[in-house]
Every structure is written in structure tokens, then in C-alpha cells.
Design a protein around this ligand. Structure first.
Ligand code: PEP
Length: 254
């Protein structure tokens, strides 16, 4: 991990105001682990409360609309999540691709919308189990990257990629360290092809059943710059264990 490791919690559709205390506890722990960049993406309803309570961690949204505003009942724009206190937005999570039929073009438009209001963006990609079994994992991810990644000015300062094999999300199953490394190397090559040399600095997170006890091995894989964590990010106890693993990984490297 050349850059500061980045550990991001995705709370999905979990959390009411009672969970703000958990975010505060994560923030306190992060103060002792400043070599790791820590962030949470709570439901949009909690962005403002958590931004107010947390001093150190990043706070972001799990999605945004492609448009600046308008007749889109129930949707939230990038400007709105920024206004609520979000410094980044996750786009293209496989649950949104699957449950809301989001295409690569939609994902890119959302990423562009985030960049247009000067917030960071985490673009998620990943193959299904069938695609991996058919030997298509790298090709699928390459084509998602080609079509989902935003372009234009300041992209490299603002974009993070999250590789999340769909079959590893919420299942307790993870790819081998070798498979993670191979995919992350392929993603790095693709980023260099798309963006040129500056893409060396783009962090590539691994996501899918990361827990405190497997984090060290996954974070040790080539080109893994951090983790996107779902289930294990819901309590300070489980999430901080992953942040500690990232900090220890750094110690071993320096
Ligand atoms: C996710 O939702 O991005 C994720 C990786 O979930 P989990 O850690 O629960 O597999």
C-alpha cells in the first residue's frame, strides 16, 4: 500500500439516530490510528448528524442522482448530500446495479455529478459468481471500469475504485489473496490505460466480507489500498479491528 490506507464502512440501509453513538466511537478510535484514513457511508438520513458528531473520519453518501435537481421524487442529488456534510459518494454498488437496474452509464453519470460539485467518488465494480466461474471476471471488471469511471479534470484527486466481487458481499466468502492481487493488478493496468501515469495514485479498495480476522490477509494483497466494508462496519468493535489491521499492515511495510 503506497498510499495511506483507506477503510470505508458502508452501512447500507441500517441505522437510525441511535447509531450515531457508534459512529462517534469509530471516530474516537480513528484518532488513535491516524495513519489510516477512515470513513463511513451511513444512510443519507444520518449524514448530517454523523458529520456533526465526528471530527476526524470522512462521511459520505451511498448513492446520488445523476441530475442536479428536478422532478425526481425520492432521489437525492450530489449537491444535497454535499450540503448535508458528505465529502464523498459511493456509486455503482452492486446492490444498486442489481436492485435499481443501474447501468455503467448511470454509474458514470452519478460519478460525474459528484465531481461536478467537488466531492470524491468511490466507483464500485465486481463480477458475479457465474462470471468468475466462466473465466470472465477480469474482462467484466475491465469493461465496467471503461464505462463507469468518470473523466475530466480533477478525476485523479477524487476517484477511488472499489473491487467487490458480488458473490463475496455479505456471504462470508472471500476470494483468495492471490485472486484479489491478480484482479487488483488488472484494475491498476486498466486505470493506467484510461487515465495515464497519474492513475498510479488512485486507491483500489477490496470489498466483500472483510472482517477483523481476514483483513490483514486481504490488505496484504498487491495493489490493495484499503477496504470497503459492509456488515463489519456497523459496530465500532468490529470496524475498528479492521482499521487496526490496516495500521499494522503499514507498520510491516515501513
Ligand atoms: C459492501 O456492501 O460493500 C460490502 C462489502 O458488504 P460486506 O462487507 O457485508 O460483504
Amino acid at each position: 500500500m503506497a498510499q495511506r490506507p483507506y477503510i470505508v464502512g458502508n452501512w447500507k440501509m441500517h441505522g437510525t439516530r441511535a447509531m450515531v453513538a457508534e459512529a462517534r466511537a469509530i471516530d474516537r478510535a480513528a484518532e488513535r490510528l491516524i495513519k489510516v484514513e477512515v470513513a463511513l457511508a451511513p444512510p443519507a438520513t444520518l449524514i448530517q448528524a454523523i458529520r456533526k458528531e465526528a471530527s476526524l473520519i470522512g462521511v459520505g453518501a451511498q448513492d446520488c442522482h445523476t441530475a442536479e435537481g428536478g422532478a425526481h421524487t425520492g432521489d437525492i442529488s450530489a449537491a444535497m448530500v454535499k450540503d448535508a456534510g458528505a465529502g464523498f459518494v459511493i456509486v455503482g454498488h452492486s446492490e444498486r446495479r442489481a436492485n435499481h437496474g443501474e447501468t455503467d452509464a448511470d454509474v458514470r453519470a452519478k460519478a460525474q455529478a459528484a465531481l461536478a460539485v467537488s466531492i470524491n467518488v468511490i466507483v464500485c465494480v465486481g463480477e458475479t459468481e457465474g462470471q468468475r466461474d466462466a473465466g470472465q471476471a477480469e474482462a467484466v471488471v475491465a469493461s465496467q471500469l471503461d464505462a463507469s469511471l468518470p473523466r475530466g479534470e480533477h478525476v485523479l484527486e477524487r476517484v477511488t475504485v472499489a473491487y467487490e466481487p458480488v458473490w463475496a458481499i455479505g456471504t462470508g466468502r472471500t476470494p483468495t489473496t492471490e485472486d484479489v492481487a491478480a484482479m487488483h493488478r488488472a484494475i491498476r493496468a486498466k486505470l493506467l490505460e484510461i487515465y495515464g501515469e497519474g492513475a498510479e495514485a488512485v486507491r483500489i479498495l477490496y470489498g466483500g466480507s472483510v472482517k477483523a480476522d481476514n483483513a490483514a490477509a486481504l490488505l496484504a494483497a498487491d495493489e490493495v489500498g484499503g477496504a470497503l466494508v459492509g456488515g463489519a462496519s456497523l459496530t465500532a468493535e468490529s470496524f475498528v479491528g479492521i482499521v487496526v489491521a490496516a495500521a499494522e499492515r503499514l507498520e510491516h511495510h515501513h
